[in-house]
Design a protein around this ligand. Structure first.
Ligand code: SF4
Length: 308
């Protein structure tokens, strides 16, 4: 094997290990899959859902628990949708699957005026159908292919345009209280999924068949995050890490922290606030401290080397 090929094989091996480790970790951290579960993996034909199914299939072989997987694709009857691709791929992998045929495309086209974005109605219809199918197939979990960058993009969208500090839950119970939705790619970087899709040669189905534009604001935020990642390696991982290290006493939500009733107790709290310590944003002399973004002592930032 030539040196370049050896290097490529080494990088792919590293990527594979990282992907499986991150998905396994997210599943464990949020108790996403339990013994006896039947997991419906929603497959759109894009790189993310292919990656999700592929990794779950591998983990299924190694997991200490038993769970079933069933791939489900909703054929929304978009013009030019190559309906043979997913069944052929799934048959070749020996994966149990179900294709649900529902012409939501025509419904959305009929209701939404030409030129307006169709995504909101389209995804609402899709969600309802997938919940129904999950019930009919007896699935106990519904797995979606949202990844780390979707989580970050959503939190910025909600901050910029919704005035809310709200991201995307790794696990949630559906509004009707009947289904558990999981996002096992919560820790996985989109660039890793791109590289995995290329390596595994997934038969990708283009996502532009409906003719709808991707949400422009989401596109801009994605570009901003990619730019940051390029200029400041580690920043994205660190922001993502912040999602699971929330300090309600240092935010401003009175529903999360009882600001109105807190009083001195006279008892020192070694883990409590360091209001005048220099790692606060302003150390009292008006100069923002250079160390404002450093983690608490004992919680080192872990940079993940994602370079190919
Ligand atoms: S991009 Fe097209 S298929 Fe996707 S949610 Fe929007 S309208 Fe639906």
């Amino acid at each position: 094997m030539r040196q370049a090929e050896r290097k490529q094989a080494h990088e792919t091996n590293k990527l594979s290990k990282r992907l499986h480790r991150e998905v396994g970790q997210a599943i464990t951290d949020y108790n996403m899959i339990e013994d006896g579960d039947k997991v419906m993996v929603c497959l759109s034909g894009g790189k993310d859902s292919y990656g999700l199914l592929d990794i779950l299939l591998n983990l299924q072989q190694r997991a200490p628990i038993k769970f079933e997987l069933v791939a489900v694709n909703l054929d929304q009857k978009q013009p030019g949708f190559p309906a043979h691709i997913l069944p052929e791929y799934l048959q070749s992998r020996g994966v149990p699957f179900h294709i649900e045929n529902q012409d939501t495309y025509s419904i959305v086209k009929r209701i939404i005026p030409e030129g307006d974005t169709m995504c909101s109605l389209c995804s609402r219809l899709r969600r309802g159908i997938l919940y129904r199918v999950a019930g009919e197939l007896g699935c106990t979990k519904i797995a979606l292919g949202h990844h780390r960058d979707d989580f970050l993009g959503t939190i910025f969208l909600n901050m910029f345009f919704g005035g809310k500090l709200k991201g995307m839950p790794p696990k949630l119970v559906s509004d009707d209280g009947k289904h558990t939705v999981i996002r096992p790619l919560a820790y996985v970087a989109e660039t890793d999924l791109e590289r995995w899709a290329e390596h595994r040669q997934f038969p990708i189905i283009p996502c532009s068949l409906c003719g709808s534009q991707e949400n422009l604001q989401r596109v801009q935020i994605k570009q901003m995050l990619r730019e940051w990642d390029r200029k400041f390696p580690g920043r994205i991982d660190n922001m993502h890490r912040a999602f699971s290290h929330v300090v309600p006493s240092h935010l401003m939500d009175r529903n999360l922290f009882p600001f109105q009733t807190i009083r001195p107790t006279g008892i020192a709290d070694p883990t409590g606030d360091k209001a005048f310590d220099e790692d606060d944003a302003d150390d009292g002399c008006g100069t923002p401290a250079a160390t404002a973004a450093l983690p608490d002592e004992g919680a080192p930032i872990q940079f993940i080397d994602r370079r190919p």
